[in-house]
Write a protein that binds this ligand. Sequence first.
Ligand code: FAD
Length: 258
Amino acid sequence: MLPRRAKIKEIINDNGRVKTFVLDCSIIAKPGQYVMVWLPGIDEKPISVSRADPLTLTVANRGPFTSRLFDLKVNDFMSFRGPFGNGFALRTVKNILLVGGGYGVAPLRFLAETALQKNIRPTMIMGAKTASDVILEEAFSELKVKTIIATDDGSKGVKGTCVDAAREAMEKEKFNAVYSCGPEKMMAALAHECAKHGVRCQLSLERYIKCGIGVCGQCCCDGLRVCHDGPVFDARVLKGVEDFGRLARGPSGASHAL
Ligand SMILES: Cc1cc2nc3c(=O)[nH]c(=O)nc-3n(C[C@H](O)[C@H](O)[C@H](O)COP(=O)(O)OP(=O)(O)OC[C@H]3O[C@@H](n4cnc5c(N)ncnc54)[C@H](O)[C@@H]3O)c2cc1C
């Protein structure tokens, strides 16, 4: 797939470490899919679609690639390939719970928007370390989605993790399905809670993705090619996967503990 080039028409500073880039183009994509953003001479990395029309990407400044993305200004160009990956499967259900940790909230915004178009009612739980780490609160409020914020230190919303908040929500209300994106250890704990409550759940995994088309094997999680078979997996598929929530391969190919 050849890269496309689009102009940045808006940059929203979500907090000191996260920015949202709105491009002057749209793509046909499913929530949970990602694009490979290419900075010529620097690198190419996966970023989830936060909105497809206009294409919107929410990026956390973590290392060499994302810090160069942060240098881009309105009217600069960004190149990307995609969308890639399977995306979330929205079944014909009524009531769904979305659980996002950190910038994992971004693809769930697109999922919430799509669910509303299908008359499915989403409830959003966003988890962050502190009040200043919360992102996209306004985007969810514009969609009029019921949103519960959980912060580790209690500086905003309820005190605790988004898994604590999800457990409480599932105890109070019956959800047909749970969808999540965020740190893998968090999602492993969430999958456990969902199993206890008998609720199906889909989780979007993050691995070092290089090719995006299932060829190079860099992103494998045991036998699963995250870039192509995922990044979204049913928790029942991940149940027998030894690396899930424990180990991931780094850029050199060597595994490290999560
Ligand atoms: C399917 C998918 C969707 C993604 N969507 C988004 C998104 O919407 N917004 C966003 O900000 N980021 C997203 N990412 C992560 C993003 O690709 C990485 O943060 C980015 O590649 C970091 O590159 P860097 O050169 O800035 O930092 P690096 O120097 O590569 O990394 C900085 C730190 O992050 C860790 N890290 C980097 N990439 C990964 C990874 N893939 N898995 C686990 N740890 C990693 C490194 O170990 C290091 O500690 C996504 C990743 C995947 C696989």
